[in-house]
Design a protein around this ligand. Structure first.
Ligand SMILES: NC(=O)C1=CN([C@@H]2O[C@H](COP(=O)(O)OP(=O)(O)OC[C@H]3O[C@@H](n4cnc5c(N)ncnc54)[C@H](OP(=O)(O)O)[C@@H]3O)[C@@H](O)[C@H]2O)C=CC1
Ligand SMILES: Nc1nc(=O)c2c([nH]1)NC[C@@H]1CN(c3ccc(C(=O)N[C@@H](CCC(=O)O)C(=O)O)cc3)C=[N+]21
Ligand SMILES: [Mg+2]
Length: 298
């Protein structure tokens, strides 16, 4: 029998969104300011559609303005850059999120760097990447790693200092910023990837193991140190024996729950926290752009 704590990201995210909603209420009332989030979706990838629909709904539930821009996959790079530019100049828009991946003929790098850094609520612009790497509090922090960090700090009672953290995956949107955040929290950080020699042995040393790979159930029980906190970022659709599809993470949950001290499920773990952090970042962005302090709520 396992006694791992199953971290309820869905409930945690609901609390974060409640706090964001209170902040928005205060901004509207005292500052006549309604934070606005613009989401740009290129193409018709069904998973992205669901993700965008959730975001739009939750943005509005928090009292913020939600703007949605759907474009055909054959949009030119220049047209997309022009759209981003117009959002940069729109005073009702405080946060801009361009859904990734983009079609191959468009440079993701160019599009991300075109977003005004102070509106970059994903935290993907090199300015924000640099601010995070240097440990500046002015960084706009990528939503998925931020959500993971919030759950970890809560589980460990505030401090992660001295813990051995292993991050599996080195993408610019999850693995690298996750490593940077954990380093800023004074963890001893190791990042492993597809070229790592003996990845299992590296993982077994972790007090904190974050999986962001995109390979269903890759992390097995014997990769995990007993009592470790395991955060599963992976979102993989797999087919079940009865022909249906379901969502699983990068961690083999049923096995790992028997050895871990804490674990996040998929769905209901990191995903909802990502959206909640996006909304929180939008409030932060709106306050900074209007040079006002962020409302403090309980
Ligand atoms: N829950 C959420 O909110 C979010 C979930 N996701 C999910 O997280 C997962 C990762 O996303 P993302 O970072 O964008 O993915 P990428 O594909 O950009 O990066 C995957 C990383 O995993 C590494 N990797 C791939 N195969 C192996 C392997 N066999 N052993 C070790 N490392 C490996 C790659 O290494 P290398 O660099 O050497 O190629 C790469 O660094 C996906 O399932 C994605 O859907 C993503 C964003 C948000
Ligand atoms: N610019 C950009 N920023 C991103 O943050 C970004 C992106 N592009 N491209 C795609 C990935 C993926 N991603 C997810 C966020 C939330 C859930 C989520 O809410 N998942 C829920 C529900 C999933 C379901 O049941 O369909 C859950 O895990 O419980 C999933 C995936 C953000 N990403
Ligand atoms: Mg990628």
């Amino acid at each position: 029998m396992s006694d791992a704590k199953i971290i309820d990201g869905k409930a945690f995210a609901q609390n974060v969104r409640k706090r964001v909603a209170k902040q928005v209420e205060e901004l509207k009332h005292y500052e006549n300011l309604t934070p606005g989030l613009a989401v740009v979706l290129v193409g018709e990838d069904p998973a992205s559609q669901v993700y965008v629909r959730n975001k739009v709904k939750q943005t509005e539930e928090c009292g913020m303005k939600s703007l949605e821009y759907r474009r055909d996959p054959d949009i030119s790079e220049q047209e997309l850059l022009t759209l981003v530019q117009s959002l940069n100049e729109n005073p009702e828009v405080h946060g801009i999120l361009v859904q990734l991946p983009l079609p191959k003929h468009i440079s993701e790098e160019k599009v991300i760097e075109a977003i005004a850094p102070e509106k970059d609520v994903d935290g993907f612009h090199v300015i924000n990447t640099g601010l995070l790497a240097t440990g500046s509090k002015d960084a706009m922090v990528p939503c998925t790693p931020l959500g993971c960090l919030m759950m970890l700090k809560d589980y460990f009672g505030g401090s992660l200092s001295g813990k051995r953290a292993v991050v599996v995956g080195r993408s610019n949107i999850v693995g690298k910023p996750m490593g940077a955040l954990l380093l800023n929290e004074s963890c001893t950080v190791t990042t492993v990837h597809s070229r790592t020699v003996d990845i299992e042995e590296e993982c077994r040393r972790a007090d904190i193991l974050v999986a962001a790979v995109g390979r269903a159930k890759m992390i097995k029980a014997d990769w995990v140190k007993p009592g470790a906190a395991v955060i599963d970022v992976g979102i993989n659709r797999i087919e079940t024996p009865d022909g249906k599809t379901k969502l699983v993470g990068d961690v083999d949950f049923d096995e790992v729950v028997e050895v871990a001290g804490a674990i996040t499920p998929v769905p209901g773990g990191v995903g909802p926290m990502t959206i909640a952090c996006l909304l929180a970042n939008t409030v932060t962005a709106a306050c900074r752009q209007n040079k006002i302090d962020e409302p403090k709520v309980d």
